[in-house]
Design a protein around this ligand. Structure first.
Ligand code: EPU
Length: 419
């Protein structure tokens, strides 16, 4: 078993460069299956979820070559089957994007019900509603979902809730559908726009991504090749911004899109941090203990749920009381029990957590319950007095590339140890 051992008490200083967005890359990879072409993807995060996506694509005939650490060439010339390995698809959430692409291109698909972080109930009813509206028949049994359709037909789809995954999946499925599909009440996250941009560069005709209404005019054929660079990961950028505030440090975060982080920039200012924006970089610094605040997670452009645990670390050491209301996931406060082991004073009930700020955290053995909880514990370990040991690293490695290397370049003292 691997663990991270952190000698804490560090103020993080220096520069960090942000890599492509996990949640975009893991949709773009299956989306390439809409065509039997060759695609070059730049700025791809080299993380477990991307490598799992590659394994699934390879199992149905894609040839994938890593040109360098963050560049992939995907050759789909020999893809001819939709028999994806069910055990792999059950391992992570984004395998549901195989449904959108393979159903649309080949008319049938069966995948294991998607896994991923344990954040409470994670239904996919809105995805299925969309596929059925496009003319597919679906069947769920024995942990598997299968769908079939002769030809998907464009239609109007009103999403009952704002869902990032369902918006992207229906968008992917509609690219080759006959006629026009309109998605209303669509998610507006930067990676929804990024995937629409990728699909358009493959030859799709998608308009309105980034607004509530997306229109997809079905096309008959896609290009044989294209080259695309994945949008910078706003959650990785936000993680380092919050690490700067929590550690009373000074970090220049490079290769990010500051407009994607407006809700976080505003909260950081509220708690007394300093933010300066320069083109595609953000400098965040703090010289005193943060102030308390309250926030509610919301779909974009609201405060992202994927930065809630990292913000929770800042509030755990704030001067004052804070409240977080988590409106997206049922079980995203599991990290608060771990922070309490480190001396925090947080009471979490259902979807609300109350933070009574403490002057400092103390190192302890802690467990990452999910990906962002793991990132939060890394920040907590860096600012705590003494030594913190973090277990369950597979969660962190699913979504952060070389997390300890990036923190160590900023002055942290983190070692990965095999027990
Ligand atoms: N929901 C439904 N029915 C559906 C789909 C979603 O009720 O068919 C509900 C969910 O239960 C949740 C809400 O709608 O309460 C929003 O879910 P959404 O579909 O937007 O989430 P997702 O697509 O499953 C993605 C990211 C998550 C991120 C959320 C919200 C991926 C693979 N995952 O999940 O990322 O928290 O959007 O922004 O893209 C992470 O990166 O740590 C992570 C969990």
């Amino acid at each position: 078993m691997e663990k991270l051992v952190i000698s804490g008490g560090t103020s993080l200083r220096g520069e960090v460069s942000i890599i492509g967005a996990k949640n975009s890359a893991i949709a773009i990879l299956p989306a390439t299956l809409l065509s039997n072409g060759i695609f070059t993807l730049h700025n791809v995060p080299n993380i477990i979820d991307v490598r799992l996506s590659c394994q699934i694509l390879e199992a149905i005939g894609s040839k994938i070559t890593w040109i360098d650490k963050n560049t992939l060439v995907i050759d789909n010339k020999d893809v001819h089957s939709t028999n994806v390995p069910l055990d792999l698809t059950s391992k992570f959430r984004a395998s549901y994007y195989l449904i959108g692409s393979l159903l649309s291109k080949y008319g049938k698909i069966e995948v294991g019900l998607p896994g991923g972080c344990n954040l409470g109930v994670r239904p996919i009813d809105q995805h299925i509603k969309g596929f059925e509206a496009l003319g597919a028949e679906s069947n769920i049994s024995q942990g598997k979902i299968s769908l079939k359709a002769k030809k998907l037909i464009g239609t109007n789809i009103y999403m009952d809730i704002v869902s990032v995954g369902a918006t992207i999946n229906i968008m992917i499925a509609s690219v080759l559908a006959k006629g026009t599909t309109t998605i209303e009440n669509a998610a507006k996250e930067p990676h929804v726009v990024d995937i629409a941009n990728f699909l358009n560069s493959m030859g799709a005709d998608i308009r309105g991504a980034g607004t509530d209404i997306i229109k997809i005019n079905g096309v008959e054929n896609l290009k044989d090749s294209c080259s695309y660079s994945v949008v910078p990961d706003q959650i990785e950028a936000g993680t380092f911004m919050l690490a700067a505030v929590a550690s009373k440090g000074n970090i220049l975060i490079k290769n990010c899109i500051p407009e994607h982080l407006d809700s976080l920039i505003s909260k950081i200012s509220e708690v007394g941090g300093n933010v300066e924006v320069f083109g595609d970089s953000i400098k965040v610094s703090a010289d005193k203990r943060p102030l308390g605040t309250s926030l509610k997670t919301l779909p974009y452009p609201g405060f992202p749920t994927d930065l809630q645990p990292q913000m929770g670390v800042v509030l755990s050491v704030a001067n004052g009381t804070s409240i977080i209301n988590e409106s997206i996931w049922d079980s995203r406060f599991q990290y608060t029990a771990e922070l309490n082991k480190m001396g925090a004073n947080i009471a979490a009930h259902d979807r609300t957590a109350f933070f009574e700020g403490v002057s400092h955290l103390s190192g302890a053995p802690v467990y990452a319950s999910d990906l962002r909880a793991g990132a939060a514990l890394v920040i907590a370990g860096v600012i705590a007095n003494g030594t913190t040991e973090i277990y369950n690293l597979r969660h962190i490695d699913r979504g952060y590339e070389n997390i300890e290397e990036k923190f160590n370049k900023l002055g942290a003292k983190i070692k990965r140890i095999q027990e």
